[in-house]
Ligand binder design. Structure first.
Ligand code: BGP
Length: 468
């Protein structure tokens, strides 16, 4: 089978991780510009001041994407480039940059797939309480509308938010992302709710503009599976899916929160400060949402936590590797002897991907899906000047086979975006953890070089994945 004609083969990036030019052409300061400079927050103190200088080299980069045969480029817009202080004046230079980037993509027939929020919040808004302050909802709505009006004639695919669970979880529970707060569960749920409301408002606004494109949200797709058949662990996995998947997917796709979680939050006094008007808005926007984007890296293997001690001992782990206890001390994620892991301890599991997709279909029916991220973080070997990223080729191959199988099973999957198009800045892991098809030489003026995976993916796209 070849992949269907309307299936998009793409690759992704995010503004803070590639652009650099952090204080150029009127850009305001973002929360990440500030947070990454606090000693000890990122690997070796890396930050996005220069990143891989995509801001100045976008023409060279898009040309390489075109050479790779990429059909679509998923990138994000930096809010503080468009509205430097969050909700004030628009910065025309910022609009100009994304106009140029979009036009450059279209010149080669590359479909721009645009994320409005990939974590870099204007610092003024962060200081005013970030996503726990409802002012941020209105500010986002204004920013989104500016983008729709400026770029919507050419951009027909919009993602409002990237991975709410990560920026809220790391921001208010693990303290590993801005605003760096540890263990404030009340704020965590408050922030997630405000994001869902902001999403619903942006969807409503987008539809009212009649630009006839599509809009959705991207979530982490991290399905939980019990480590064994013990009832307590099966329960722990169910609990994990309710809190980490259904809490995020239900308000978008069903227009309401899962009762199981709502009831528990109520008992614990953790219910977000929501209004009837907001809940009605979620309800109303559920069938206006056009798709869900899934970022899949790994499943989680879950078991019940049986001692308080363990819960405390593992609090600090926040890189994505198993070992994290849940905030409520009900379950923990674990590494298993019979599983395969990356150098950073992320499980490699195409099987978990397929099982997870089936789980989604069961709960949400035929909703349209894009895989908006999937990829292997690795230290690529350079052998006689060749960047031999064979493990990445194998990783993507096995996951694309799952995508094909899922389509054959009737799962409504319309595109695949590898993370990432080019080596870029990992939020917490610096430049050491590489994901790209294009290598960036940090010792030689950020020169670009094609990896083996570049040629491999080019062939997959040209042949529409027939050999997979
Ligand atoms: C996702 C983010 C990406 C990217 C990726 C890899 O959660 O959306 O921006 O960073 O994970 O993560 P890491 O760089 O930590 O390996």
């Amino acid at each position: 089978m070849k992949f269907p004609k309307d299936f998009l083969f793409g690759a992704a990036s995010a503004s803070y991780q590639v652009e650099g030019a952090w204080n150029e052409d009127g850009k305001g300061v973002s929360n990440w510009d500030v947070f990454s400079k606090i000693p000890g927050k990122t690997f070796e103190g890396t930050n996005g001041d220069v990143a891989v200088d995509h801001y100045h080299r976008y023409k060279e980069d898009v040309k390489l994407m075109a050479e790779m045969g990429l059909e679509s480029y998923r990138f994000s817009i930096s809010w503080s480039r468009i509205i430097p202080d969050g909700d004030g004046e628009v910065n025309e230079k910022g609009i100009e940059f994304y106009n140029n980037l979009i036009d450059e993509c279209l010149k080669y027939g590359i479909v721009p797939f645009v994320t409005l929020y990939h974590w870099d919040l204007p610092q003024t808004l962060e200081e005013a309480g970030g996503w726990t302050n409802k002012r941020t909802i209105d500010a986002f709505n204004k920013y989104a509308e500016v983008c729709f009006r400026a770029f919507g004639d050419r951009v027909k695919h919009w993602i409002t938010f990237n991975e709410t669970i990560v920026f809220c979880g790391h921001g208010y529970l693990a303290g590993a992302h801005p605003p760096g707060i540890v263990n404030d569960v009340k704020k965590y749920f408050e922030a997630t709710h405000n994001v869902f409301v902001a999403h619903a408002k942006a969807v409503k606004k987008y539809k009212s503009l009649k630009q006839y494109g599509e809009i959705g949200i991207t979530h982490v797709f991290n399905p939980a599976f019990s480590v064994d058949d013990k009832e307590e662990n099966i329960f722990a996995a169910k609990h994990a899916n309710y809190y980490d998947t259904f809490w995020y997917y239900d308000p978008i796709l069903k227009g309401e929160y899962p009762k199981y979680v709502v009831d528990e939050l109520k008992k614990k006094g953790l219910t977000p400060d929501w209004t009837k008007e907001e809940l009605d808005l979620l309800k109303e926007s559920a069938d206006k949402n056009d798709f869900i984007g899934l970022n899949y890296y790994q499943p989680k293997r879950v078991m019940k936590i049986d001692s308080e001690e363990e819960f405390k001992a593992n609090r600090e782990n926040s890189t994505g590797a198993p070992g994290n206890p849940s905030f409520d001390g009900v379950y923990k994620t674990v590494m298993m002897k019979d599983k395969v892991y990356t150098k950073w301890g992320w499980e490699i599991s195409p099987e978990g991907f397929l099982d997870g997709l089936r789980m989604l279909k069961k709960r949400y029916g035929d909703v349209k899906l894009y895989i908006t991220e999937n990829g292997l973080g690795d230290e690529d070997p350079i052998i006689e000047d060749v960047i031999a990223d064979v493990p990445r080729i194998n990783f993507i191959k096995e996951h694309l086979k799952v995508v094909k199988k899922a389509i054959q099973e009737g799962i409504n999957l319309k595109g695949y975006y590898a993370w990432s198009v080019i080596d870029l800045l990992s939020w917490l892991n610096g430049y050491k953890k590489q994901y790209g098809f294009i290598y960036v030489d940090h010792k030689n003026n950020l020169a670009r070089k094609k990896k083996l995976s570049f040629y491999w993916y080019k062939n997959i796209i040209e042949t529409r994945g027939e050999e997979l």
